[in-house]
Design a protein around this ligand. Structure first.
Ligand code: PBG
Length: 340
């Protein structure tokens, strides 16, 4: 539209006599910085890391280039490096050998188990780093489900919650700052909160995977842990991708039961959910930029089809813009290096 048109139109509308020019605020890098609405910082990032048994082990995960399973000795060195880069929180996942798996996931609450030992060692080395442990049975069950299973293949809710409670308390006893139930059983947040308090762990927080969807984006993670379900799928406990209102119901329940932080997972196909959860609560909102989201960017980056670094920053910024305060992401270390 010519300025003459605008000028003549303005006689009948409220538009000013000259065109409004939003580009003025984009003219220089300094102006763009000044009016930028969201900032990605290393403080926003939680780094998920995989620990395995043994010594001197660092094994790259095929579908997650740049991510490794570490034995405890090398994990400690890697965590120290991340801490020095400014990463202040990690989320731990164990790779358990088949011989230690059983139908009910008993290894999950072994006080001398891999996760419990790892948490203790990290806390001895770097006491201030925030250690978040996953509460779910899939790394520990021979069938790969997050819960106990009956003969018909049904995932049993309340008996599973009893095991999750033992697992969470054993992680708190080892020194975890927060436990993160990722299993999606009903009522587990309340049960875990009650048990933690009863055992004296009143300061151990709960990061609840509140709106966790049954997603194909978890594929590479299940390779990393060798934890893909041996039968069926997780659709009777994880949420249906088509649902949004149900996410708000799950979030409200977890808050009522005592969650300190609520999470949406995955992140990118669920930015609308992050946005709605942000509006629904004043608690911190976390989002999990999951393994499949990582793998897609890495793959296209390796093929030279995208500018990997810029795509990573744009992607994580979009998750913040949607309303997440915290992002669990396998890009954490790479981003910490970029932001230096
Ligand atoms: C297990 C768990 C999963 C993830 C985190 N905790 C997988 C699943 O539910 O099958 C996925 C993380 C990712 O894909 O990065 N309860």
């Amino acid at each position: 539209m010519s300025s003459e048109n605008i000028a003549s139109e303005s006689k009948t509308s409220t538009l000013p006599a000259t065109p409004i020019r939003p580009r003025r605020l984009r003219r220089t890098a300094g102006l763009r910085r000044m009016v930028r609405e969201n900032h990605l910082t290393v403080d926003d990032l939680i780094y998920p890391m995989f620990v395995m048994e043994g010594e001197g082990q660092k094994v790259e995960i095929a579908s997650m280039p740049g991510c490794y399973r570490y034995s405890l000795d090398l994990l400690l060195a890697e965590i120290a490096e991340c801490w020095n880069l400014g990463i202040c929180a990690i989320a731990l996942f164990p790779v358990i050998s088949e011989t230690k798996k059983d139908d009910t996931g008993t290894e999950s609450y072994n006080p001398g188990g891999l996760i419990q030992q790892t948490v203790k060692a990290i806390k001895q080395n770097i006491p201030e780093i925030i250690v978040i442990t996953d509460v779910a049975l899939d790394p520990f069950t021979s069938h790969g489900h997050d819960g106990l299973v009956d003969e018909s293949g049904k995932i049993l809710n309340d008996p599973t919650v009893e095991v999750l409670v033992k697992m969470a308390v054993s992680q708190a006893a080892a020194g975890a700052d927060m436990v993160a139930p990722s299993d999606m059983m009903d009522g587990r947040i309340g049960a875990i909160r009650k048990a933690l308090d009863a055992a004296g762990y009143i300061d151990t927080g709960i990061l609840a995977y509140s709106a966790k969807y049954a997603s194909a984006y978890y594929g590479p993670f299940r390779d990393a842990l060798d934890s893909a379900p041996k039968f069926g799928d997780k659709k009777t406990y994880q949420m249906d991708a088509a649902n949004a209102r149900e996410a708000l119901k799950e979030v409200a329940l977890d808050i009522a039961e005592g969650a300190d932080i609520v999470m949406v997972k995955p992140a990118l196909a669920y930015l609308d959910i992050i946005c709605q959860v942000r509006e629904a609560t004043n608690l911190p909102v976390a989002a999990y930029n999951v393994s499949g989201e990582y793998a897609m960017i890495k793959a296209a980056g390796q093929l030279g089809w995208i500018d990997e670094q810029r795509i990573i920053l744009e992607t994580l910024t979009s998750i913040k813009r949607a309303g997440a305060d915290l992002i669990l992401t396998y890009f954490a270390k790479q981003v910490a290096l970029m932001l230096q």
